[in-house]
Design a protein around this ligand. Structure first.
Ligand SMILES: [Zn+2]
Length: 440
């Protein structure tokens, strides 16, 4: 890297310098594809690291000594005692929905299964009903609040799936809300059409006709209006069959929507095999996937998007077999799975769960929540690592090294979030807490 070796001449002026990071996790120098196996443990750490930023891009990265010799900044952030890394990318959310289902949560705690709730009109179908009756402006307002929470936990890019509309006009409304959220909020929002999230009640006796609606109306209209980049299907018993899933993903692909799939979340239906078959970008959940399915995904270079918080929230008592996936050379990305059943905005917590429930190391989980997640949403050339030329989406965490990410959990480790080179979250400036019970 020429910029870190130049020793003479005037210092170049930059907008922002982040200096003295205890650990700077660059994740640079990896392969030009999603990382797998041992590559997922390589964080390319610079100790006493610094980053120079101008016009929203990374201009220099290296040791503090080298960077301060070459650049002078405008704004300087001291990251002494802290860990600096790429902003998190959350590759699986259902960001836009109305209402909440805390009453169902109480029923699930008492033993009712998710599929039982769905078959009695609860679950996703109830959220769909509430989302259908919500105005576009309301959905945008709710989305903005959720993006604020995600950003404060260090997420700078998020994927958002539709699927709580289940009519063409309501799916378009959700995707339009998603488009506005991307414009209004500093978090980048990547849009996915998931018209086949559930069979709505009006098609209960004729699910084939609903699949037909997705094929002939939703996909063409969404593609025409450029409202989504990806197409996703809930492939599961009681939702969409392997054959229907394939039909929808193939049609979406022909219309320019890259395929994703919700596979093997509640049973071993063979969704992983279908994902490999259609050449999906990612297969998501994979809690019950077969060994053959995992190997097929690895052969085809499909990314496994794992959602331990979803399995935790639904109390499945089981998690995806991440170690087998890593041994099979399957790249893993991690997402929150944020939706009305899994209301979690924090990739920090997801990493803590991935370490404990799926035995991923903190380094593997960090790779999964940054560069591999960037690949899962087709943004790896822009974000996911800290390298010269990439967008300056940078997270400063209030911990001295990367092993703390996952180790310390339940709170928010964020100190600062920089988005496109701008400081957008500064938790250091929130003031001192007030302890009401303190006596003089
Ligand atoms: Zn999902």
């Amino acid at each position: 890297m020429s910029r870190t070796t130049r020793k003479t001449g005037a210092k170049e002026r930059v907008d922002l310098l982040i200096a003295n990071a205890e650990e700077l996790l660059t994740l640079r120098g990896g392969p030009e594809k999603p990382r797998s196996g041992k590559e997922m443990r390589e964080l390319a750490i610079v100790r006493d690291g610094a980053v120079a930023v101008r016009d929203g891009r990374i201009l220099g990265i290296g040791t503090t000594k080298d960077i301060l010799r070459q650049f002078k900044g405008g704004y300087i952030i001291s990251a002494q005692g802290k860990t600096v890394l790429p902003g998190f990318i959350d590759p699986h959310t259902h960001l836009v929905f109305a209402g909440s289902r805390e009453d169902e949560f109480e029923m699930r705690v008492a033993g009712t299964s998710y599929m039982e709730l769905t078959s009695s009109g609860g679950g996703a179908l109830r959220t769909a009903k509430e989302t259908r009756s919500a105005r576009l402006e309301k959905l945008v307002e709710l989305g903005l609040e959720r993006l604020d929470a995600m950003l404060s936990h260090g997420t700078t890019t998020v994927e958002a799936k539709s699927g709580y509309g289940l009519t063409t006009s309501d799916e378009l409304k959700i995707l339009e809300a998603t488009r506005r959220l991307n414009q209004l909020h500093s978090v980048n929002v990547v849009s996915t059409l998931m018209g086949a999230r559930a069979v709505p009640p009006e098609y209960h006796n004729n699910p084939k006709e609903f699949v037909n609606l997705v094929l002939t109306e939703m996909i063409p209209r969404v593609a025409d209006r450029g409202l989504a980049e990806f197409c996703d299907v809930f492939c599961e018993r009681g939702a969409f069959s392997l054959e229907q899933t394939k039909q929808i993903l193939v049609k979406g692909k022909a219309a320019g929507l890259k395929p994703k799939i919700h596979a093997d979340e509640f049973s071993q239906l063979g969704g992983a095999e279908i994902a490999a078959d259609v050449g999906a970008v990612s297969a998501e959940h994979l809690v019950y996937s077969s060994i053959e399915g995992i190997k097929a995904l690895a052969r085809k270079g499909v990314i496994a998007v794992l959602l331990p918080a979803a399995a935790f929230s639904l109390m499945l008592g089981r998690y995806a077999n991440a170690r087998l996936m890593l041994d099979s050379g399957l790249p893993i990305a991690l997402g929150t799975g944020f939706d009305a059943d899994c209301w979690v905005e924090s990739q920090q917590l997801v990493i803590a769960m991935a370490c404990r429930f799926m035995h991923m190391t903190p380094a593997e989980a960090i790779t999964a929540a940054t560069i591999n997640a960037a690949y899962a949403v087709n943004r790896a050339s822009e974000v996911g690592t800290l390298e010269v030329g990439k967008r300056a989406d940078i997270l400063v965490l209030n911990v001295p090294n990367h092993s703390f990410i996952g180790y310390r959990f339940g709170g928010n480790l964020t100190d600062k979030v920089i988005k496109n080179g701008r400081l957008v979250v500064d938790r250091e400036k929130q003031g001192e807490p007030v302890f009401m019970n303190k006596t003089e």
